[in-house]
Design a protein around this ligand. Structure first.
Ligand SMILES: Cc1cc2nc3c(=O)[nH]c(=O)nc-3n(C[C@H](O)[C@H](O)[C@H](O)COP(=O)(O)OP(=O)(O)OC[C@H]3O[C@@H](n4cnc5c(N)ncnc54)[C@H](O)[C@@H]3O)c2cc1C
Ligand SMILES: NC(=O)c1ccc[n+]([C@@H]2O[C@H](COP(=O)([O-])OP(=O)(O)OC[C@H]3O[C@@H](n4cnc5c(N)ncnc54)[C@H](OP(=O)(O)O)[C@@H]3O)[C@@H](O)[C@H]2O)c1
Length: 611
C-alpha cells in the first residue's frame, strides 16, 4: 500500500471532519500510531469514502450502472460514463439494418426498474428499443452522468495512487464511432487523462464488427455494406440485385426485410443453421410468428401493473424452463430437435431442396437459434437464389463462389458478425504491467465474467463466460450491476483501496467452465459466435450453467476469492474501519429507521398465552 494513496484517502476524511473530535468520538490510541485510522475512528460505521468511477459505454449495461448511482445505491460515488457514439443505446443505436429486432420477447428484454408496456410487438424492432433506451436515459435522469462523443483509448493502473488513469479523446461528433483497435477515425483533439478509483468496462461484446476475410473487397464497384455499419441515409434496394452474405441472427433478419424492394437476392450460405421459434413461443403468434399487441392490451398493462408483471414473470419462467435443452442428449434437446426439424421442413416446403442443405445435424442452440420471422419463407421466394459454400473473392462486378461461379450484383450486404475475442479494444494495463489485451488475446480468463487477474478495481459487463447463450441479457446485466456495487460499497466502507481476484481464481474458474460446457449443445459440431466463429474454438463466451445459476453465484460474492488491499496495511489496524462505534444512521440528524430489525409478524405466528 502506498503512502500516496493513504494520504489522498486521509484528505477526503479530513475534508468532512471538524478540526477537533467530539466527546467520545475518536479512538485516541490511534492518534500517535496512524493518522488515517485516527480519522476513520471519528466517522460512523458505513460512512462511504468518496470514490470516482469511470464507466466506458452507455448501452444497456452503462445505463444500468448510472441508475444505481442515481437512485442512491452508491452514495458518495462520482460517476462519469464516456460514450464514443453521439447518443446512448449501444447495440440498439449502432445496428440500423433493415429488420433489426430483438429475438427475445421484448417484455423480458427491458429493465426490471423501467417497465414499458407500450412495445408494439412481441419481438420489438431495433428503433423501438433504441427509443426506449433514450426515454430511460431521460426519465431516469441518467444523462447527467454521460459524456457522449468521448472515446476511451487506454487505461493504466497507478499502484502508488491506487487509481486508474484513463485516456480519453473527444470525437468529431459523428453518430457512430467504429469500435476496433486500429481505427482512429473520428477522433478529434488531444487525448486527456481522467482518473478514477474504479474502472468499469461496459463496451459490450457485439460492436467490433468485422468484414469477411474474402479477398478483393476494395475492388467491388457497387455498394459494400456491413450490417452493423448501415449508411445513415439508408439504402434503396429498389430494382437491385443484392448479394447477402451470412445466415447468423442478423442475415436471417435482413432477408425478409429487403425482399419486397429487391429485384433479386443471392444469399451466400456457408453453414447450416437453426431457424426456429424456441424462445417462449407459446406467447408469440401462430407458429412462433411475431405478435402485435392491441391498443387495449397495452393500455390494460399500463393501468394494471400487477397484470403486466404477472405476464412478464410467466414468459420469463418459460425462458428459464427451456434451459435444459442446452444439455446435449437431454429429453428437452431431443424434443427441440424434432420440433425444429418439423418447423423448418414445413416452412421450406416451397423449395424442398433447401431442407437437406440448411437443416443442421448439430444440436439445437449450438449456433444461436433464432425465430427468424419470415426467413425460411423468404428463402423460398422466386426472387431468392441460395449460393451454397464459401466465397472465393469479390471482384468489380460481384462475387466469385468457391464453386467457380460468378454472381454479378449491385450491392453486397455483409451480415458477417463481430469479433468475439473479448480482448479489450484499447490497452488496459493493470498490476505488474500486465496488459489485458495481451493476456486475453492469448486466453480470456475471467472470473464470473466480471473480474480479471492483475486488474484491481476493474469490472467488466458481459465479459467472457457470461450467460449470453440463452434468455435476455438485460436481467443478467442487472445482476452484474448489483454485484459490482457490492464491491464498491465494501471498498468505500471497509478501508480498502483496491480489490482483485486471487491470481488462480480466473484460471480455475475457466477450467471449470470449459469442462462443464463440454456436455452442452453449444459444444456440438458447429461454428458459432460463442466459439468466435471457429467450429472447434473453446466456448470462452458462455457461463457454465443456467442464467439462474449465474444469478445465484452473483448474489453472494465470495470475498475469499479476492485479495483486498487495506489503506492501513498494519495488521493491528485491520479493524480501524469499525470507526466510531456508531452506525451512520445513528449519527444522522433526522429520519433514519433505527429499528429496522423489528417488523410486522403474521397473525398466526403470534404466540398465544398458555391456558
Ligand atoms: C443486432 C443485435 C441484436 C441483439 N439482440 C439481442 C436479443 O434479442 N436479446 C439479447 O439478450 N441480446 C441481444 N443482443 C446482444 C446485445 O448486445 C445485448 O443484449 C446488450 O444490448 C448489450 O448491452 P451493453 O451495454 O453491454 O453493450 P452495447 O450495447 O454494445 O454498448 C456498449 C457501448 O460502449 C460504447 N463503447 C465501446 N467502446 C468504447 C470506447 N472505447 N469508448 C467509449 N465508448 C465505447 C459503444 O459505443 C456502446 O454504446 C443483440 C445484439 C445485436 C448486435
Ligand atoms: N437477437 C437478435 O435478434 C439478434 C440479431 C442479430 C444479432 N444478434 C446477436 O449478434 C450476434 C452476431 O450475429 P450476426 O448474425 O451478426 O453474426 P454471426 O452469427 O457471427 O454470423 C455471421 C455470418 O456470416 C457468415 N460469414 C462470416 N464470414 C464469412 C465468409 N468469409 N464467407 C461466407 N460467410 C461468412 C457466417 O458463416 P459461418 O456460420 O459459416 O461462419 C455466418 O453465417 C448473434 O450471436 C446474436 O447474439 C442477435
Amino acid at each position: 500500500m502506498s503512502e500516496q494513496a493513504k494520504k489522498e484517502a486521509l484528505e477526503k476524511y479530513l475534508g468532512v471532519l471538524s478540526p477537533t473530535p467530539a466527546q467520545g468520538e475518536a479512538t485516541e490510541p490511534y492518534k500517535e500510531v496512524d493518522e488515517l485510522a485516527y480519522a476513520l475512528s471519528r466517522v460512523p460505521l458505513g460512512t462511504p469514502r468518496p470514490l470516482k468511477v469511470i464507466v466506458v459505454g452507455a448501452g444497456f449495461s452503462g445505463l444500468a450502472f448510472a441508475r444505481e448511482v442515481e437512485t442512491g445505491q452508491l452514495p458518495n460515488v462520482q460517476l462519469t460514463i464516456y460514450e464514443k457514439n453521439a447518443s446512448v443505446g449501444g447495440t440498439w443505436y449502432e445496428n440500423r439494418y433493415p429488420g433489426c429486432a430483438c429475438d427475445i420477447p421484448i417484455h423480458n428484454y427491458q429493465y426490471s426498474w423501467a417497465p414499458y408496456p407500450y412495445f408494439k410487438s412481441y419481438y420489438a424492432t431495433g428503433p423501438e428499443i433504441h427509443d426506449y433506451m433514450e426515454s430511460v436515459a431521460d426519465q431516469h435522469n441518467l444523462r447527467k452522468y454521460i459524456q457522449v462523443s468521448h472515446k476511451i483509448i487506454g487505461a493504466k493502473w497507478i499502484e502508488e495512487r491506487q487509481k486508474w488513469q484513463v485516456q480519453v479523446v473527444a470525437t468529431d461528433g459523428r453518430q457512430i464511432m467504429v469500435s476496433n483497435r486500429a481505427s482512429k477515425d473520428g477522433e478529434a483533439g488531444e487525448p486527456f487523462i481522467d482518473e478514477c478509483d474504479v474502472f468499469i468496462n461496459a463496451t459490450g461484446c457485439f460492436n467490433d464488427w468485422k468484414w469477411p476475410t474474402i479477398p478483393g473487397r476494395e475492388s467491388f464497384n457497387g455498394e459494400m455494406i456491413h450490417s452493423a455499419a448501415w449508411p445513415d441515409k439508408g439504402v434503396d434496394f429498389t430494382g437491385k440485385t443484392v448479394g447477402l452474405i451470412g445466415n447468423g441472427s442478423t442475415g436471417v433478419q435482413i432477408l425478409p426485410a429487403i425482399l419486397d424492394e429487391v429485384d433479386k437476392v443471392y444469399v451466400f450460405i456457408r453453414s447450416r443453421t437453426w431457424v426456429t421459434a424456441n424462445f417462449a413461443q407459446q406467447f408469440a403468434g401462430p407458429n412462433g410468428a411475431n405478435l402485435f399487441f392491441s391498443e387495449d392490451q397495452k393500455d390494460r398493462w399500463m393501468r394494471h401493473p400487477e397484470e403486466y408483471l404477472a405476464y412478464r414473470k410467466e414468459v420469463e419462467s418459460e425462458l428459464n424452463a427451456r434451459f435444459r435443452l442446452y444439455l446435449k442428449d437431454s429429453v428437452e434437446q431431443k424434443q427441440a430437435l424434432e420440433y425444429s426439424i418439423s418447423q423448418m421442413k414445413e416452412k421450406l416446403s416451397g423449395k424442398p431442396e433447401l431442407q437437406d442443405r440448411l437443416i443442421p445435424e448439430f444440436a439445437v442452440g449450438c449456433r444461436r437459434a433464432t425465430p427468424g420471422n419470415g426467413y425460411l419463407e423468404a428463402l423460398c421466394s422466386p426472387k431468392v437464389q441460395v449460393v451454397w459454400g464459401g466465397i472465393e473473392s469479390f471482384n468489380q462486378a460481384g462475387l466469385l463462389s468457391q464453386a467457380g461461379d460468378q454472381y454479378d450484383v449491385d450491392s453486397i450486404i455483409c451480415a458477417t458478425g463481430f469479433n468475439m475475442s473479448f480482448s479489450p479494444r484499447f490497452p488496459i494495463v493493470g498490476r505488474n504491467d500486465v496488459n489485458l489485451q495481451d493476456k486475453w488475446d492469448e486466453n480470456p480468463e475471467c472470473y464470473l465474467s466480471v473480474t480479471a487477474a492483475d486488474m484491481p478495481n476493474y469490472f467488466v459487463y458481459l465479459g467472457p463466460a457470461s450467460p449470453i447463450g440463452h434468455g435476455s441479457v438485460v436481467s443478467s446485466l442487472e445482476r452484474v450491476t448489483e454485484y459490482i456495487s457490492k464491491f464498491i460499497r465494501k471498498l468505500q466502507t471497509e478501508n480498502y483501496s483496491s480489490v482483485q481476484p486471487k491470481s488462480h481464481v480466473p484460471r480455475a474458474y475457466q477450467r471449470q467452465a470449459l469442462a462443464w460446457l463440454d456436455k452442452t449443445a453449444w459444444n456440438s459440431d458447429c461454428a458459432s459466435t460463442y466459439k468466435n466463429g471457429k467450429p472447434d474454438g473453446p466456448l470462452i463466451s458462455l457461463h457454465p450453467g443456467s442464467r439462474l445459476h449465474y444469478f445465484k453465484l452473483l448474489s453472494n460474492p465470495r470475498w475469499e476469492d479476492f485479495d483486498w488491499t487495506s489503506l492501513c496495511p498494519d495488521e493491528d489496524l485491520t479493524f480501524a474501519w469499525l470507526s466510531n462505534g456508531f452506525i451512520l444512521e445513528e449519527c444522522q440528524k433526522t429520519g433514519a429507521d433505527l429499528t429496522w430489525f423489528l417488523g410486522e409478524v403474521e397473525q398466526d405466528k403470534v404466540i398465544k398465552p398458555v391456558v
